[in-house]
Design a protein around this ligand. Structure first.
Ligand code: ACO
Length: 356
């Protein structure tokens, strides 16, 4: 069986820089608090009503195609990872296909909803399609427009200060070089604590179905004159229940356990050790989490790429943005062992080992 490789990568972040001081003008927070707890100094926000998750994904995809030496028309399949899609449905995969102007070919498109580990899941799916010979050019995208769905009041400060907008993309192709390519991917999940880091409303879960007065009902349809409120009710709006929620310390404890675990699993599978890693690209969840993982693996500073300071946490986009930045900076060279790892909502987590 052939291996697959990353043939081209690209990323895009919006121009608009939002500093911690900017946020402290609209909510009770401070540069000191944010930097100390997360390492974040600034993040980017897209231009509202102009840029979307899809348009940012398309910008990154065009660069990835160019670097892979292909035209967007050559794409056989699209895998798009995001938690902040343009629409509830259809997904961003088909919107991206349209944005790239490649609908004529009618190539398949798949959306992945695995949050912070979305890109690694997407990469693993692309890897399977390419290895088996089904497709030759798979476009993998991770993109987020978080700034459209955050609570900018003090109520939402624990979540809002962490996230930023951006996109990353990669073209996955087969390779004949037995020394190169994706060596292994490892994917995991545990839904036990799904609500610990979640964006619950609007959704089709029963618990919050209510009429305008906030009264719940038992039937499969709402009382007369209340249609349209099945997914989101006035009460939810009033209570601010339509924003992401996170139990930060709970997430932190699991993240620092699962990151090293899934990296060691991949290394073992490939017959390698932590000391063989040339560059670790951790999902940019929180600088303190990445530092903890680095220490656990015994890696020096030049073997871990961190950019959360400048971009915040961009969820599905964070791994491809960091990978692309490290590559552009000349820190990833042919023959290097690159390790990608992520943990996030679900909980879902995963890793990938790539011989560049
Ligand atoms: N500015 C100022 N004060 C704040 C802010 C803020 N932005 N957010 C919360 N606080 C306050 C809280 O209200 C609380 O005040 P209180 O003591 O008066 O009640 C105090 O700060 C401490 O709050 P905690 O939530 O306990 O703060 P903690 O030290 O746990 O830090 C953080 C929060 C940074 C989220 C931390 O828990 C963490 O890093 N968790 C990991 C989760 C993570 O990284 N998530 C990223 C997204 S998920 C992912 O990508 C895996």
């Amino acid at each position: 069986m052939k291996r697959s490789k990353i043939a081209g990568i690209g990323y895009y972040v919006p121009e608009n820089v939002v500093t911690n001081d900017d946020l402290s003008k609209v909510m009770e927070t401070s540069d000191e608090w944010i930097q100390e707890r997360t390492g974040i100094q600034q993040r980017r926000y897209g231009r509202k009503h102009e840029e979307t998750t899809t348009t940012m994904g398309a910008q990154a995809a065009r660069i990835a195609c160019e670097r892979a030496g292909i035209s967007p028309e050559d794409i056989d399949f699209i895998v798009f990872a995001t938690l902040s899609p343009d629409y509830y449905f259809p997904g961003c995969g088909v919107l991206l296909q349209r944005e790239l102007g490649i609908t004529k070919r009618e190539a398949g498109a798949l959306d992945i909803r695995n949050q912070c580990s979305g890109f690694i899941y997407a990469l693993s799916i692309a890897d399977q399609f390419v290895k088996t010979g089904m497709y030759k050019n798979v476009l993998v995208v991770g993109a987020e427009m978080h700034s459209m769905g955050l609570d900018f009041s003090t109520r939402g400060r624990n979540v809002t200060v962490i996230f930023g907008d951006g996109a990353g993309a990669a073209i996955i192709q087969p390779t004949d070089d037995s020394e190169q390519g994706i060596l292994t991917t490892k994917l995991h999940s545990d839904g036990t604590y799904a609500e610990k880091l979640a964006f619950i409303n609007p959704g089709a879960h029963g618990g919050y179905h209510a009429n305008k007065a906030g009264e719940t009902y038992d039937f499969g349809f709402p009382p007369k004159d209340t249609y349209g409120e099945i997914f989101i009710t006035q009460k939810m709006m009033d209570d601010g229940q339509y924003y992401p929620n996170m139990e930060g310390q709970f997430v932190f404890k699991l993240a620092v356990q699962k990151f090293p675990e899934v990296i060691h699993e991949a290394l073992k599978d490939a017959g390698l050790q932590a000391s063989d890693i040339s560059m670790l690209i951790p999902h940019q969840a929180n600088l303190r989490i990445s530092q903890f993982v680095q220490k656990q693996l015994g890696l020096s500073d030049d073997k871990v790429w961190n950019n959360i300071q400048r971009f915040g946490n961009t969820t599905a986009a964070s791994v491809p943005i960091a990978l692309c930045e490290a590559w552009e900076a000349g820190k990833i060279k042919k023959g290097d062992l690159v390790c990608l790892a992520a943990f996030g909502s679900g909980f879902t987590w995963g890793s990938a080992l790539i011989r560049w």
